[in-house]
Design a protein around this ligand. Structure first.
Ligand code: SDX
Length: 436
């Protein structure tokens, strides 16, 4: 952060003395006005519900240019990471600041692959759930429960503990997500296999059974790995901000990540991929492409409460670059599986076409986001709709950890404690019950 020679002067119509606030430059992106001394100098707070104009921290991990539709992880464009690297390379990059060389890559992959098993007691934790529990409810519990097993890596002020906890979480999330799936299916859990890739291991734990060998389909393996890359990190989104705020109290990393899982579940955030696929299936059931016009009218009618799930974004006011890459992956997977004529994919493309030509969407700069196509490709792979957000949480775990560790490594960090504009009752006395 560089102090700019520019300053912000805040003056008040009521004659209160004006104040000067420093302005800082980042390396790219908007400057910031430092308001940390505002309350002390004016007795006033800023007011920004939803944080539309608030930078909550300084970060060097991910940069999004919403107008250009650009996404960089440690400076590398998502398009290059998704086509030239794999998910574990991206994890190394997010955690350490640059891509690994051959030795570092080999060591990191081995380290992660050798931490994929979970404590045998974890299977008994699952038994407390109904078989039809939503996988995100199960996952929120399982991730939080990890803190009960790893007392040797819960001191967040110890960099070595933070490093070990990061590896354990990245390594064990696929195992936990697959266990949540198998528990719902009533099938036995599959143990991880160290000779498989990260994505291949996950696919085998999901779809393999003890009855026969599971052969990883390389096209699906590559698609799964790309889906992980596309969901790895995304600046200060709701769940990442949740992890930072939760971690700022000094709680252990497993508890902080569990908070991120819980936040991601919401349909306005990571739950949108599940909501988007349910929306496509509902339109398909009610007449498909022929009914798209009628559906779009509902979306544009404010009173309907209907949104085009998978569209719109707080930051992107252009096409989400991840959506383009996800659409490509959709094409590859559907072709590999002989599903080129998948009706939902055709419907989604028709919806996108109509929306991008419709004034309502153009005026509001609403474009497809990462969730618009991810459900279609996951459904084609055989992943149940209810598990889509679990896959998102699996992939985003590295982003949450990298952001949490960045905050904890900042000597200036404090526990997060926002204030409020109070609109409730002023002080009053309790009346005896017969006078209320
Ligand atoms: C993710 O933050 C991140 O980076 C998140 C994420 C990540 O990787 O972490 O990118 C992942 O969460 C992607 C977003 C997934 N959510 C959805 O697809 C759900 C549908 N989208 C909307 O709920 C909405 O677009 C949000 C929540 C994503 C963004 O909401 P904002 O920024 O608060 O914008 P808004 O609701 O103020 O919308 C502006 C206008 C409104 O209309 P007006 O009041 O101006 O008339 O656009 C309308 C909204 O009603 N609008 C939509 C719409 N999204 C916004 N109208 C119809 N369909 C939509 N999807």
């Amino acid at each position: 952060m560089k102090l700019s020679d520019n300053k912000a002067t805040m003056s008040f119509a009521n004659g209160a003395p004006s104040i000067e606030l420093p302005i800082y430059h980042g390396n790219i992106g908007p400057d910031v006005i430092d308001i940390r001394k505002l309350y002390a100098q004016t007795g006033m707070f800023t007011y920004d519900p939803g944080f539309l104009s608030t930078a909550s921290c300084q970060s060097a991990i991910t940069y999004i240019d919403g107008d250009k539709g650009e996404l960089l992880h440690r400076g590398y464009p998502i398009e290059q990471l998704a086509t030239q690297c794999d998910y574990l390379d991206t994890c190394y990059l997010l955690l350490n600041g640059d891509l690994p060389n051959a030795t570092e890559r080999n060591d990191f992959h081995k380290l992660v692959i050798n931490h994929t098993m979970v404590n045998e007691q974890m299977q008994f934790f699952l038994r407390g759930f109904r078989r039809d529990a939503h996988p995100m409810a199960v996952l929120t519990g399982l991730v939080g429960a990890l803190s009960a097993f790893y007392h040797d890596s819960t001191d967040i002020n110890n960099p070595e503990h933070r490093r070990i906890a990061a590896i354990r979480l990245i390594a064990k999330m696929p195992t936990l997500v697959a266990m949540a799936y198998k528990y719902g299916m009533g099938q036995p859990y599959m143990y991880p296999r160290n000779e498989l890739s990260y994505a291949g291991n996950f696919l085998r734990m999901m779809f393999g059974t003890p009855c026969e060998d599971y052969k990883v389909n390389p096209v699906i393996e590559k698609a799964m790995d790309r889906i992980f890359i596309l969901h790895a990190d995304h600046e200060q989104n709701a769940s990442t901000s949740t992890v930072r705020l939760c971690g700022s109290s000094g709680t252990n990393p497993f508890a902080a990540i569990a908070a991120g899982v819980a936040c991601l579940w919401g349909p306005a955030h990571g739950g949108a991929n599940e909501a988007c696929l349910n929306m496509l299936e509902e339109i398909q059931a009610n007449g498909g492409v022929a009914k798209v016009g009628q559906f779009m009218e509902q979306v544009k009618d404010k009173n309907s409460g209907v949104k085009l799930m998978g569209f719109g974004h707080r930051v992107y006011k252009n096409y989400d670059p991840r959506a383009k890459l996800m659409q490509e992956t959709c094409n590859e997977v559907l072709a590999a599986l002989g599903l080129e004529n998948d009706p939902l994919f055709k419907l989604a493309k028709q919806l996108e076409k109509i929306a991008l030509e419709d004034d309502y969407f153009v005026q509001r700069k609403l474009y497809p986001n990462v969730d618009f196509y991810s459900g279609i490709v996951q459904r084609a792979i055989g992943i149940p709709v209810s598990l889509f957000t679990g896959i998102f949480a699996l992939a985003r775990t590295v982003g949450w950890i990298a952001q949490l560790n960045e905050m904890l490594a900042d000597p200036e960090y404090k526990i997060g404690r926002p204030r409020q504009l109070f609109s409730g009752n002023v002080k009053r006395d309790i009346k005896p019950i017969d006078q209320r």
